[in-house]
Write a protein that binds this ligand. Sequence first.
Ligand SMILES: Nc1ncnc2c1ncn2[C@@H]1O[C@H](COP(=O)(O)OP(=O)(O)OP(=O)(O)O)[C@@H](O)[C@H]1O
Length: 356
Amino acid sequence: QRLPIKEDDDGFSARAVAGIVICSCAFIVLTFVVLWKKGYVGGKDREEELQALESQTGIFSLRQIKAATCNFDPANKIGEGGFGSVYKGVLSDGCEIAVKKHSWESKQGKREFVTEMGMISILQHPNLVKIYGCSLDGKELMLIYEYLENNSLACALFGKEDRRLNLDWTTRQKICIQVAQGLAYLHEESRLKIIHRDIKATVVLLDKELNAKISGFGLAKLDEEESTHISTRIVGTLGYMAPEYAMRGYLTDKADVYSFGVVALEIVSGQSNTNYRSHEEFFYLLDWAHVSQQQGNLIELIDPGLGSNYSKEEAIRMFNIALLCTNPSPTSRPAMSAVVSMLEGKIPVSNTNRDL
Ligand SMILES: Nc1ncnc2c1ncn2[C@@H]1O[C@H](COP(=O)(O)OP(=O)(O)OP(=O)(O)O)[C@@H](O)[C@H]1O
């Protein structure tokens, strides 16, 4: 359940970056179209050349997208996000794509479209979903991504029974490390430091080999050093938001670390944090994990679907890391690069006094 957004946002620092990216693409296409129409460029088959150029610059025509998705055939619908549907498509060169439609009516939908386009086109990492471009034809506002065959982590872990994947322990461990690596890149390695702000199991997509790629950059924000870190616009998803951000608007990269901790808990338990009902008093999985930890029987939360085919040591370590990441105090949460090393067993799980 996404939180509503006040439309008079004053903290939209990604707009400039996104504007430059889109303007540059539009300028290149426009220049080419003018030259092409005047006959300065283009050979026998100008239509083909224009299409090839469209793909290179990342601007797709509505015609191309309609052809790729069989006119948005409901059979090609693969998901539903907060601002519209997601369709699978195949371009004329055989390349598989995912097309995310954004609502033109909603200001928030347009804002997220621009942020996502700007952010993700400047970021490149094996654990971030790739964007191929966009389509801005008429009233349709669409983002075009690489298609990931195995849907989202949420679907794999707690989707409908026929769509759920029985992820084994090694795969869960790999996915958890890859999400942590993607976040470490955003926070510590990319030229622009970025806070994703909406890390959850539905934005972790899985490719053919079940490698994890982070998507959903519509709420991402630049982490500027001079910023006060106080947001007047609180956005994110209930059940995954860090308390200091949800209650006081205090936003740092440690808010993503908290959300990651919730995802790690979901990976090891196979339960959704927001839907978990184990006991009437305990609504969220995270609450239940704290109670189980106090009672010293955290092990009972490990996904029973794993049977006995998992490493107890690694599962307990993942629980410990998840609880460390969801520490109520942001300064007690580790940096994502440290989380990667802890998950890999290269450094001990530190700053935790939680006994198991
Ligand atoms: N590149 C992709 N490849 C395959 N499936 C995708 C891709 N992108 C999105 N999907 C599917 O579409 C669903 C919705 O994605 P989308 O990013 O629109 O929404 P969301 O992030 O879950 O929701 P919200 O926008 O409300 O936060 C995903 O959970 C996934 O199942």
